[in-house]
Design a protein around this ligand. Structure first.
Ligand SMILES: C[S@@+](CC[C@H](N)C(=O)[O-])C[C@H]1O[C@@H](n2cnc3c(N)ncnc32)[C@H](O)[C@@H]1O
Length: 293
């Protein structure tokens, strides 16, 4: 269990560079424009993981910031605070951590980060939303079902709370002619939509559902694609992480021995290409900034 969690942490960290490159500039600018001139902001980050949103935005947002991380895995949140503390210290901030709270200060800048170990589906019971300016979520909504999302999205609309959601999975390809690609990618994607106790997660339909839902509610939606480009030699480590992740998911969906043989041959071929620095992987996501007119 511990090993699995640590493996996740390294995979999240490895992603950071690709997440940053993928961020859609128009969507990001729409968010900055919305908050232009603000001196302070309270931000809730849903499924905050190792704190990548905060790491990316804390020098871009106003000088007074209060972040609330909502994450189910406490050890991942602990790691997030350590990671943020290290990075901010390297940028000249003073970092003080007490249990689940980290404070970063530098001249006029004062940033507090606190984590709550809970499900973001219980958001209304966890945080006073009247005191929140922005809700963020990255690579998180594809994990929940459509009914769960509606419940959640309705609260945001009712409270007129802006939402910045990035890395909503849509599709992937390997820029190759290999006929087995489509089958194996579909196996991986079917894992996202497997029946779970709460229903079926939105998976690759997530971006379309989000846009449709908010547009029909007449919210203002700025949407744009964001893509992981894992190309060749420099992306070797990330390609290996992604293949491992795909394998762990897909093998749970394999239906018979023939499929298993096909999948193993395919994944070994991709690993060989990765080793040779020849694998190019493109993962298509969508970023959205939603606000009320
Ligand atoms: C794919 S990771 C993304 C992490 C981070 N947002 C990022 O972009 O690096 C999804 C995270 O959401 C967390 N998570 C999943 N379902 C959750 C829920 N219902 N409530 C809170 N956290 C959740 C997972 O533990 C995981 O850390």
């Amino acid at each position: 269990m511990e090993t699995a969690t640590l493996a996740n942490i390294h995979w999240y960290d490895e992603r950071f560079e690709y997440d940053c490159q993928a961020r859609n500039p128009q969507v990001e600018q729409a968010c900055f424009h919305h908050f232009f001139g603000r001196k302070s902001m309270t931000i809730v980050d849903l499924g905050s993981g190792t704190g990548s949103n905060c790491l990316y935005f804390f020098e871009k947002f106003p000088e007074q910031q209060k972040w609330i991380f909502i994450e189910t895995q406490e050890n991942v949140s602990q790691y997030a605070l350590k990671r943020l503390s290290k990075s901010a210290t390297e940028k000249g901030y003073k970092a003080v951590q007490k249990e689940n709270k980290l404070t970063l200060t530098k001249e006029e800048r004062n940033i507090s980060i606190e984590y709550i170990t809970a499900s973001f589906l219980d958001l209304v019971d966890l945080v006073n939303l009247d005191e929140v300016d922005l809700v963020m979520a990255s690579a998180a909504f594809d994990l929940i079902s459509f009914p769960q999302f509606i419940q959640f999205g309705s609260v945001l609309l009712e409270k007129k709370l802006p939402l910045l959601t990035t890395l909503n999975y849509a599709e992937m390809n390997f820029d190759s002619e290999e006929p087995t690609d489509v089958f194996c990618i579909e196996k991986y994607e079917s894992f996202m939509n497997r029946p779970q106790e709460f229903g079926k997660a939105m998976g690759k339909k997530c971006p379309r559902i989000l846009v449709d839902f908010f547009q029909k509610q007449e919210a203002e939606v700025v949407v744009g694609s964001s893509t992981w480009r894992l190309e060749g030699e420099p992306a070797k480590a990330m390609n290996f992480h992604l293949l491992n992740f795909m394998e762990a998911a897909a093998i749970q969906m394999i239906e018979d021995e023939d499929e298993q043989v096909l999948f193993e041959k395919w994944i070994n071929g991709k690993r060989k290409l990765t080793n040779e620095g020849k694998l190019n992987t493109y993962v298509q996501y969508y970023d959205l900034f939603v606000s009320n007119r």
